[in-house]
Ligand binder design. Structure first.
Ligand code: DGT
Ligand code: CA
Ligand code: CA
Ligand code: ZN
Length: 577
């Protein structure tokens, strides 16, 4: 059990306790423990197994919590949590995840209205029964109503980054089943979709029962949904479903192609096959003979399958029936890879809401092999993050001048800022200060409920500021948690184009903003896209690969992206020479 999983259990315990109205100190203790564990660089399981180390040495982990961790690591059990889960209906958990609702309010709804499902809650909101509760009102009711949809999908779909961790654990687990020759993960995971609904696994094995038996022994296994001769579906403890299929070599490529999808891509493929007098399914490609019989002609590899239809192999990220069939005619672009990135131009330090010092962020970036980075702490409007005023910003830039000497030849550090675009429009810090920086990012953090016109005007105004280079996370969405604000991206792109400015693809797995469709649109308009980590700590720099997955789905190549170029090259794009 890894730290993220342990932390999730403590977080859940805190939610359930709070829902029950437990002492707030206790609740907070579990939340703090969850955070500590989440951010720990060492694995809890390693500490438990190491006689030279003690869990109680960790901040916020007392004897009681340490004991719980030990039991969890050694037995996979968490009796207190399991007991609570028996008392509180599973469906209530979805209610806890509605943005702005939280365990306390959810408890009131549960107790006063007897509501335990999202569906009933939606009905109650529509009937205006929720606003009548003490501590609620029409506004809260409206907020709950709009949050229900988000919470409902959050119940069903996990972030790609989380699916990726699960896939690693499953791969490792299944590999050890006897006679397993191949394992591949298909479906939306393979296509790199930002959220994944279930995990589709394909295996090739001597005997189909071996991988299926092994799957039932997966530590996170909860129950078998269905099991046949060659396929099996299970549910995991966190409710995620895993579909396993055992496929013979002759059909392996055909099955991989079929179960990678998307459904829409496959519908198109079947149409193309039909026109050629062929039939394609998960078993292979077949020629339809005059007597109506079918002859197998391909199926071992995906290349064979596509080849039999006179098509090139399609990168999985492009299989959405958007414009990949048109692209196939002229050959696919060489999609960007994480190695193409030579810098990271959005990160924070402990001067604002980051966890690491300036030098720690620099050292970590050197270790990543970057040519340059931009330090982009928040501006003063973000008071919760201790945003920088002009004086503190200029002091930081002075410090960066010094550090550039110290790290000369190792990395170049750009003097940056993530400058808030004020609610009334305009930048948070004076132009004459911004003009002294190398790389100014503009962001909307406040006033996200404004009208489309207002928000668009703010962003367009920022992009017209000569010092601003790029707009960060341009739609403000948080996947499964917050809808994008209203913004006319067409107008934003138009303005970026005219002013030689850039747009960001924020690589944080909760943001991935701009999304694939928007990035593709920006590329078509000839607007360079900056892929940045927005790291708030050293580990936060590692999210770049999630941005790359999204970028590939957008069909981006090295030349479409800002930070694949030298800093000199970027300045040229900005028209600064
Ligand atoms: P998800 O799980 O909702 O994130 O999305 P997918 O794309 O992984 O969908 P899933 O797991 O239902 O099925 C995996 C792939 O299998 C899907 O992308 C295409 C293929 N597939 C499944 N059912 C059908 C079907 O009824 N017709 C066709 N043409 N393909 C299907
Ligand atoms: Ca799936
Ligand atoms: Ca599936
Ligand atoms: Zn940021």
């Amino acid at each position: 059990m890894n730290n993220a999983q342990i932390a999730a259990k403590f977080e859940l315990l805190a939610d359930l306790l709070e829902f029950q109205g437990a002492n707030s100190f206790r609740v907070r203790a579990y939340r703090n423990a969850a955070r500590t564990i989440q951010e720990l660089s060492q694995q809890i399981s390693d500490i438990v197994e190491d006689p030279g180390q003690k869990l109680t040495d960790l901040e916020g982990i007392g004897k009681d919590l340490a004991k719980k961790c030990e039991v969890l690591v050694e037995t996979g059990k968490f009796p207190q949590l399991e007991e609570l889960q028996k008392q509180i209906p599973q469906s209530v958990l979805a209610m806890l995840r509605i943005p702005g609702l939280g365990p306390k309010k959810a408890a009131v709804i549960y107790k006063e209205l007897g509501i335990a499902t999202l569906e009933d809650l939606k009905q109650a909101c529509e009937d205006e029964r929720v606003r009548a509760l003490k501590g609620f009102g029409a506004k809260t009711e409206q907020m709950i109503l709009s949050g229900i949809e988000l919470a409902a999908t959050a119940e069903q779909r996990i972030y790609w980054a989380k699916a990726d961790q699960l896939v690693s654990r499953l791969r490792e687990h299944l590999q050890s089943a006897p006679g397993v020759e191949k394992i591949d993960f298909a479906g939306s995971y393979r296509r790199g979709k930002e959220t994944v609904g279930d995990i589709d696994v394909l295996t090739m094995a001597d005997s189909p029962s071996a991988p299926m038996d092994r799957l039932a022994e997966f530590p996170e296994f909860q129950e078998v949904i269905a099991r046949g001769d060659t396929k099996m579906s299970i549910r995991l403890e966190d409710n995620m479903q895993v579909d396993l299929r055992v496929v013979p070599g002759k059909s392996y490529g055909a099955a991989l192609q079929y179960f990678t999808g998307s459904k829409e891509h496959n519908v198109k493929i079947r149409g193309i096959a039909k026109q050629l007098g062929l039939k394609i399914n998960e078993y292979g490609v077949f020629r339809i003979e005059e007597d109506g019989s079918e002859t197998y002609i391909a199926g071992e590899t995906e290349e064979d399958v596509y080849g039999a239809l006179d098509l090139p192999w399609f990168p999985p990220e492009l299989r959405e029936n958007r414009d990949e069939f048109k692209m196939a005619e002229t050959g696919f672009p060489k999609l960007i890879t994480v190695e193409d990135l030579v810098g990271d131009m959005h990160m924070h330090t402990d001067a604002t809401d980051g966890r690491n010092t300036l030098e720690e962020m620099i050292e970590a970036s050197i270790a990543k092999g970057y040519q340059y980075i931009a330090i982009t702490d928040h501006s003063k409007r973000v008071s919760m993050a201790n945003g920088l005023d002009s004086e503190r910003l200029l002091a930081q830039w002075k410090q960066i001048d010094k550090l550039n000497k110290k790290y000369d030849g190792k990395i170049q550090i750009l003097k940056g800022l993530e400058c808030d675009i004020l609610e009334q429009g305009g930048m948070d810090l004076p132009d004459k200060v911004l003009a002294k920086g190398d790389w100014i990012i503009a962001s909307v953090h406040y006033g996200q409920n404004q009208s489309k016109q207002q928000i668009t005007d703010r962003i367009v105004g920022a992009l017209q500021n000569p010092s601003v280079c790029i707009v960060a996370h341009p739609t403000g969405r948080l996947i499964n948690r917050r809808d994008p604000y209203e913004v006319d991206l067409d107008a934003v792109f138009q303005c970026a184009k005219e002013n030689h400015k850039f747009v960001e693809l924020n690589a944080n797995p909760a943001r991935l903003d701009l999304n694939d469709v928007h990035c593709h649109a920006a590329k078509e308009r000839g607007i360079p896209i900056g892929i940045n980590s927005d790291g708030h700590k050293i580990d936060g720099l590692d999210v770049m690969r999630f941005g790359i997955v999204q970028a590939r789905r957008a069909g981006l190549t090295k030349k479409d992206v800002v930070n694949t170029r030298s800093w000199k090259g970027i300045q040229k794009l900005l028209g600064r020479e």
